[in-house]
Design a protein around this ligand. Structure first.
Ligand SMILES: Nc1ncnc2c1ncn2[C@@H]1O[C@H](COP(=O)(O)OP(=O)(O)OP(=O)(O)O)[C@@H](O)[C@H]1O
Ligand SMILES: [Mg+2]
Length: 284
């Protein structure tokens, strides 16, 4: 992270830009297991497919999963300045907090210590191995709206947040908490994605709304934020992540990959890479 600091009008804690990064996009949900990491990886590759320079950060202290979803086995190495170089995964810079901390140890961290660890992590990572700015750094946040999430969104300048939910009511009440978290940190909500929206039987092609349907769109309307799209519950989406090659990369013209691309288009329209020259001024 650069030393570039800003202070909001409301006098909230100072935020820092991430060195070499124009726009940080946070992918979040207040509830676990709704498909945040799956969306984060596919969104990152979809943005890349649209021609942007993109990096991916797994910020899930307690259960990092993105290195597995991208088939990454090697640990990152320090550069001559002692900073950690992001590893390249399918030609995209990737960093996981799990490379640097032990999840069991992280469970014991609270308040100021947590804040310090997160800050150090952002300072030590070098995102621009080839001296190029990233248009977008997609951050997969851990589930929930606790200390970790608040620490992260208060410390770094986040251009916008994508909230992931499943369609049923219990998940939607969590969406409201997620939106509150970002409102508190003055981070714009780019919109809501409804994941596991429905299931199409591969045999009879009948559609089943496993977790009900349409709640994400209704919630978006209610909150006055954009609805970015829905993604069905599809075995191929899980299988591709398990194999280390996300669907958008493995089969970019498939029906479901095109859904991720449509979401990425909306994200890049909401946060154009060139418009925000104030961000990402630092260069490492
Ligand atoms: N649209 C989908 N269709 C099928 N499987 C999916 C879909 N989205 C996610 N999954 C699967 O559901 C499981 C949970 O997804 P994922 O790990 O992305 O959720 P998460 O919200 O990041 O979870 P956590 O809160 O634990 O970080 C994974 O096995 C993933 O492959
Ligand atoms: Mg996850």
């Amino acid at each position: 992270m650069s030393g570039t600091e800003t202070r909001s009008d409301a006098g909230l804690p100072q935020k820092q830009t991430v060195e070499g990064v124009k726009n940080v996009i946070a992918v979040a949900s207040a509830k676990g297991g709704v498909g945040k990491s799956t969306l984060a990886v596919n969104l990152a590759f979809a943005l890349k497919q649209l021609g942007h320079k993109v990096g991916l950060l797994d910020a899930d202290l307690f259960g990092p999963s993105i290195p597995t979803m991208l088939g990454v086995k090697q640990e990152p190495k320090p550069d001559v300045m002692g900073r950690i170089r992001a590893v390249m995964a399918h030609n995209m810079p990737l960093m996981s907090i799990g490379f640097m901390v032990n999840p069991e140890q992280a469970l014991a961290w609270r308040g100021p210590l947590l804040f310090q660890v997160i800050q150090q992590f952002f300072h030590e990572v070098k995102w621009v191995p080839y001296g190029e700015y990233l248009d977008y750094l997609v951050i997969d946040l851990p589930p929930g709206t606790g200390d970790v999430q608040l620490s992260m969104v208060q410390q770094i300048e986040v251009a916008g947040a994508v909230i992931v939910t499943t369609p049923q009511d219990v998940a939607l009440s969590d969406v409201r908490r997620g939106i509150t978290l970002f409102n508190l940190a003055q981070v714009p909500i780019l919109g809501i994605v409804e994941n596991m929206s429905y299931f199409v039987c591969p045999h009879c092609h009948e559609r089943t709304d496993v977790f009900a349907n349409g709640g994400g769109r209704r919630e978006a309307d209610l909150k006055g934020v954009p609805f970015l799209g829905d993604i069905p519950l599809a075995p191929v989406i899980r299988e591709q992540c398990d194999s280390g090659v996300p669907l958008v990369l493995a089969d970019p013209t498939s029906e479901y990959a095109l859904r991720y691309l449509a979401i990425a288009e909306k994200v890049s329209q909401a946060v154009p890479p060139l418009a925000l020259t104030r961000r990402g001024r630092g260069r490492g």
